[in-house]
Design a protein. Structure first.
Length: 62
C-alpha cells in the first residue's frame, strides 16, 4: 500500500501542516488515531510529543 499526503512538502521533505518532520500518526497528523503504527514509530511519536511538551514548558516559564 502506498500513501501520499497532500500536506507533505516534497521539495523540503517536511510536513506543511505541522511545520516539521513528517512522522505519520504523530499528534496533529491527518493519520493520528487512524492507523496502527509499528513499535519503532510509536517510540518516535512519543519522543516528539515529549520534546514538544518540553518546548512548550520552556516557553511558558519565560
Ligand atoms: S505528518 Fe501526517 S499530515 Fe504531515 S505530511 Fe506526514 S502524513 Fe501528512
Amino acid at each position: 500500500m502506498t500513501f501520499h499526503c497532500k500536506n507533505y512538502d516534497i521539495e523540503n521533505s517536511k510536513c506543511k501542516r505541522l511545520s516539521g518532520e513528517c512522522v505519520p500518526a504523530r499528534k496533529g497528523c491527518v493519520l493520528e488515531g487512524r492507523i496502527a503504527v509499528s513499535e519503532e514509530l510509536a517510540e518516535k511519536i512519543q519522543r516528539i510529543d515529549e520534546e514538544t511538551l518540553q518546548g512548550s514548558r520552556k516557553k511558558s516559564n519565560k
